[in-house]
Design a binder for this molecule. Structure first.
Ligand code: MCA
Ligand code: AMP
Length: 482
C-alpha cells in the first residue's frame, strides 16, 4: 500500500504548513524529515506506544509509526495507573515514544523510551506493503471489563478519510482547527491524519476554548471539528461574544461528532452565525459511517447518509432487517465496509460477538431512517455505556474501580442527562460504614487516579442497599428514576 500521506513527498506541498500547535509548526518537508528520522529509529519495533499529549511530538510520532509500518498505540497522558497498566499489558508495545520534556509515570518506566525530535532530519522509508497491516490500536470501553484494543488497519484509515473528503469536499486548501485529545479516533485520525492525507493543514489549540476557535477561524482556518460539549460551550458563549459569531460565520464547515448534538444547540448556533453544523456518526471500531454531506441538505438531529463504500442497515430485535424508510421503525445500526477494524486485540471471543454471522458489525446504536435515507440515532442498546463529553465510558469499569475503594461495599454506575456533557456519570454507593461514607470528592479522585479524570463520577448517591431483582442483579432503571 502507498503512503497514507502523499503530501509528505510531493514537491508542491513541501513548503506548506502541515501542523501547527501554538507557536510551533512544521511544513510538509519538515514533517517528512522528522518522521523519516524517527521511522528509522523505530523500524524494528513491532508495536509502539505513543504518549499522546496534544503536541507536535504526538503527531510526528504517529506519522513516523505509520510511515515505518509499525502499529501505534496512543495512550491518554491522563490515564490512571490501573488503566495504563492494562493497556500496556494487553498491547505489549516494545517502545514508548514521547516528547523529550515529558515525565512518564511508573508503568511506562520499564519500557524503552524514544524521544521524539520534531526538528530531526531523515529520509522516509519505503511505504509498507499491505493495507491490512495494523495502523493503530485504539482502546475503547465496553459495558463490562477493561477497555479493548480495536486494531485499525491502514486501509480503514485511508478509506474513512477519503470518504469524508468526498462528503465534505475536503481539500488541501482546508485549514482545520480543533482542540480534541489525540488518543482517540476523532482527534487523531480525523483531526490530525485527515488534514495530512489531504495535504492541508491543522492547527491544534492545545486545549479547547472558544477564544482559540474564534482566533483561528478569524485567521484563515476553514473547518472546525468538535464534540457536542464543545459546540454547547460555543452556543453558550455566542450571546456575549460577537467576534465568535463572526468567526464561525466565516468557516467553510463546522463538524460535530462522537455523540448527539442536541437540536437546541444546533438552532442556537445557526441563529447566531447563519451556519448549519454538520453531524457525522462513527465509532472506534468502524471509523466513520455516515455524515451529512457538504453538498446535501443539512438536517439537525440526523447524522446524514452512509459514506461512500459503507453499507448500513437497521435490524430489529429478531434479526430481521428493517425494510422501510419511514422515519419511525427503530432498529440497531449494523455496518459493513472497508472502514471497519480488523479485530479486538487478543480477544477473538469479543471480535466474533461483535459481528453477525453474515459479517455485519453490530454498533449497538439504535436508529430510524427518513424516507430519503438520512439516519436519525434514537438511542443505544446498552444502558451500561455512558457518553460523557464525547468519551465512551463503560459503567462496569467504573464500578470495579469504586469497589476497590476500602469504604465501598457495593457500587452501581449510571449516566444521567447533562446539558454540557451530554451525560454525566452518577455513582450509587453502599458504604462499608454507613456512619462515615467516603465523600463524593474522595471517590471522584479515586476513580480519576486509577482510570482517567473523564471517568470520574460527577454525582455520588449513598444508599443503604442497591435495588436488586430476584436473580440478585442490580436494577439500574430503578436507580436512575429515583
Ligand atoms: C477535574 N480534573 C481532575 C479531577 N477533577 N483531574 C484529576 N482528578 C480529579 N478529581 C481535571 C480534568 O482532568 C480536566 O483537566 C479539568 O479538571 C476539567 O475537567 P472536566 O470537567 O472533566 O473536563 P472538561 O474541560 O469539562 O472537558 C470537556 C471536554 C472533554 C473538553 C469536551 O470532555 C473532551 O476533550 N472531550 C473529547 C472526547 C473525545 O475526543 N472523544 C472522541 C472519542 P484538563 O482541563 O487539564 O483536561 S469518540 C470517537 O473517537 C468516535 C470514533 C467518534 O465518533 O468521534
Ligand atoms: P467510541 O466508541 O468512543 O468511538 O464512540 C462511538 C459511539 O459514539 C457510537 O457508537 C455512538 O453511540 C456515538 N456517536 C458518535 N457520533 C455520534 C453522533 N454524531 N450522534 C450520536 N452518537 C454518536
Amino acid at each position: 500500500m502507498s503512503s497514507l500521506f502523499p503530501g509528505l513527498t510531493a514537491a508542491p506541498s513541501a513548503g506548506r504548513t502541515a501542523l501547527r500547535f501554538g507557536d510551533r509548526a512544521l511544513t510538509y518537508a519538515e514533517l517528512a524529515a522528522a518522521a523519516g528520522a524517527l521511522a528509522d529509529r523505530i523500524a524494528d519495533a513491532s508495536r509502539v506506544a505513543v504518549w499522546a499529549t496534544p503536541t507536535l511530538e504526538t503527531a510526528v510520532a504517529v506519522v513516523a509509526a505509520l510511515e515505518a509500518g509499525v502499529a501505534a498505540v496512543p495512550l491518554n497522558p491522563k490515564s490512571g495507573e490501573k488503566e495504563l497498566g492494562h493497556i500496556l499489558a494487553d498491547s505489549a508495545p516494545s517502545l514508548v515514544l514521547a516528547a523529550p520534556a515529558d515525565e512518564l509515570p511508573a508503568p511506562l518506566l520499564g519500557l524503552a523510551r524514544v524521544d521524539v525530535d520534531a526538528q530531526a532530519g531523515g529520509a522516509l522509508p519505503d511505504p509498507p506493503a499491505s493495507g491490512e497491516d495494523p495502523a493503530l490500536i485504539v482502546y475503547t470501553s465496553g459495558t463490562t471489563g477493561p477497555p479493548k484494543g480495536a486494531v485499525i488497519p491502514r486501509r480503514a484509515v485511508a478509506h474513512t478519510l477519503d470518504a469524508l473528503a468526498d462528503a465534505w469536499q475536503w481539500t488541501a486548501d482546508d485549514v482545520l482547527v480543533h482542540g480534541l485529545p489525540l488518543f482517540h479516533v476523532h482527534g487523531l485520525v480525523l483531526g490530525i491524519l485527515g488534514p495530512l492525507r489531504r495535504g492541508g493543514s491543522v492547527r491544534h489549540l492545545g486545549r479547547f476554548d472558544t477564544e482559540g476557535v474564534a482566533r483561528e477561524l478569524t485567521d484563515g482556518a476553514t473547518m472546525l471539528f468538535g464534540v457536542p460539549t464543545m459546540y454547547h460551550r460555543i452556543a453558550q458563549a455566542l450571546p456575549e461574544t460577537p467576534q465568535l459569531a463572526k468567526a464561525l460565520g466565516r468557516a467553510r464547515l463546522l463538524v460535530s461528532g462522537s455523540a448527539a448534538l442536541p437540536v437546541h444547540d444546533h438552532e442556537r448556533i445557526t441563529a447566531a452565525t447563519g451556519q448549519r453544523i454538520v453531524e457525522r456518526y462513527g465509532m472506534t471500531e468502524t471509523l466513520m459511517n455516515t455524515s451529512v454531506r457538504a453538498d446535501g441538505e443539512p438536517r439537525a438531529g440526523t447524522v446524514g447518509v452512509p459514506l461512500p463504500g459503507v453499507e448500513l442497515r437497521l435490524v430489529e430485535e429478531d434479526g430481521v432487517p428493517v425494510a422501510s424508510y419511514d422515519g419511525e421503525t427503530v432498529g440497531e445500526i449494523q455496518v459493513r465496509g472497508p472502514n471497519l477494524f480488523s479485530e479486538y486485540l487478543g480477544r477473538p471471543d469479543a471480535t466474533a460477538a461483535a459481528f453477525t454471522e453474515d459479517g455485519w458489525f453490530r454498533t449497538g446504536d439504535m436508529a430510524v431512517r427518513d424516507p430519503d435515507g438520512y439516519v436519525r440515532i434514537v438511542g443505544r442498546k446498552a444502558t451500561d455505556l455512558i457518553k460523557s463529553g464525547g468519551y465512551k465510558i463503560g459503567a462496569g469499569e467504573i464500578e470495579n474501580a469504586l469497589l476497590e475503594h476500602p469504604g465501598v461495599r457495593e457500587a452501581a454506575v449510571t449516566g444521567e442527562p447533562d446539558a454540557d456533557l451530554g451525560e454525566r456519570i452518577v455513582a450509587w454507593i453502599v458504604a462499608e460504614d454507613p456512619q462515615s461514607p467516603p465523600s463524593a470528592r474522595e471517590l471522584a479522585d479515586h476513580v480519576a487516579r486509577r482510570l482517567a479524570p473523564h471517568k470520574r463520577p460527577r454525582v455520588v448517591h449513598h444508599l443503604t442497599a442497591l435495588p436488586r431483582n430476584d436473580m440478585g442483579k442490580v436494577m439500574k432503571r430503578a436507580l436512575s428514576h429515583d
